[in-house]
Design a protein around this ligand. Structure first.
Ligand code: NDP
Length: 342
């Protein structure tokens, strides 16, 4: 689309994700463009605005954020704040009449997600949760392999998303701002991608949680969560997430006649898809190469396309809510030491 026809985005919160991924990606979008900035750091915002050609009148604080209502250049508000602030800014954003794109995890609790969905419905605006993996070609290809049963019936999923963190003062280690520890931040990828790939919803979960006593990083939020999900027909997913080990991000779907494997599954780039297929006594092993795309640009343009064509986004608010319902069951299971039905 020519620039004057593209959907205008106000990016809220100028942290790592906005500055390193989202704002650069908007420059490469075909249906979307950067229109406004919202920040609590005026000096930083001024520098970013100058760099990307955003006018001073299109720069807002968290206090005058609601004035976006009167800005005709803005069609979408993109919330890229700490998780514990998503609900407030989505609800206030919806009241301006702008469509809302919200980073993952959608909020801190399922109850907050319900409020956010209701606010967007009441205002008649679209709401999408930014699950970029669902727009990433290698992950979409794996999903197609599994759902077309090319490797027979799926029976078992192994998924893991782990990294190490070092700063106990960061909001990710404060319960009120983060909503939890490794699970909602990075374990969520195992949960959401497994649901996406299988195209099914879990019926029961069973979880184990641990935090090293005395470690300042894990005073408020969990260090590790390990959990199982049982899907209809008896498919079991074995998932794990850790905040205190070297980075590892992969999953594998084991099927009756083969398996599909994704390395660097949840990374910003570099996904590596392979599969093995049983052929009599032989095993055929194959790497499936696909072109890389900018996941952020693809996801943002998807939402713009939904606005231009008046369609429901592929990952609407209900998708975020479902993950929070399941995460709450995972915490409950870890607390009580027994399986929890959904
Ligand atoms: P950062 O800490 O890097 O940035 C958050 C920004 O939010 C800050 O820079 C600040 O911007 C603003 N902010 C407002 N109030 C607060 C507060 N009380 N404490 C801290 N920051 C505040 O976080 P990220 O950019 O890594 O994460 C932001 C969101 O994006 C989270 O929801 C996270 O889960 C999600 N995310 C998603 C990823 C994905 O791949 N989809 C990857 C990484 C994060 P300012 O100074 O402009 O006010």
């Amino acid at each position: 689309l020519p620039p004057d026809k593209r959907i205008g985005y106000a990016v809220v919160g100028l942290g790592h994700l906005s500055l390193e991924q989202i704002i650069p990606a908007l420059g490469g979008c075909k249906k979307s463009k950067l229109a406004a900035l919202v920040s609590g750091s005026p000096e930083k915002m001024k520098r970013v605005a100058e760099m990307y050609g955003v006018t001073p009148q299109n720069c807002y604080s968290y206090e005058n954020y609601d004035k976006l209502k009167d800005n005709k250049e803005v069609d979408v508000i993109y919330i890229v704040l700490p998780n514990g602030l998503h609900k407030e800014f989505v609800v206030r954003g919806a009241a301006t009449g702008k469509h809302i794109l919200c980073e993952k995890p959608m909020a801190n609790t399922a109850e907050e997600c319900r409020e956010m969905i209701a606010a967007c419905n009441k205002a008649g605006v679209k709401l999408m949760v930014a699950y970029r993996i669902q727009f990433q070609p290698h992950n979409r290809k794996l999903r197609e392999l599994v759902q077309k049963k090319e490797l027979g019936e799926p029976k078992f999923v192994e998924a893991s998303n782990c990294q190490s963190s070092a700063n106990p003062d960061h909001w990710r280690h404060k319960l009120k701002l983060a909503g939890g520890g490794a699970l909602p931040d990075i374990g969520l990828y195992c949960l959401n991608t497994t649901r996406f790939v299988l195209g099914q919803e879990p019926e029961e979960v069973f979880a184990y949680q641990y935090s090293t006593p005395g470690n300042a990083l894990f005073k408020e939020v969990e260090e590790v969560m390990s959990w199982q999900m049982r899907f209809p027909g008896g498919i079991i997913a074995n998932c794990s997430t850790h905040y205190n080990v070297h980075e590892s991000r992969h999953y594998r779907v084991l099927c009756e006649k083969g398996w599909a494997n994704m390395d660097k599954a949840y990374a910003y780039k570099g996904q590596s898809l392979s599969r093995a297929k049983a052929d009599g006594k032989m095993e055929l092993h194959e790497n499936i190469g696909l072109a890389e795309v900018d996941q952020f640009a693809t996801e943002i343009d998807h939402f713009s396309g939904c606005i231009l064509d008046n369609k429901q986004p592929f990952t609407p608010g209900e998708e975020g809510l479902q993950d929070h319902i399941i995460m709450e069951a995972i915490y409950k299971s870890a607390r009580e030491g027994k399986p929890v039905k959904l």
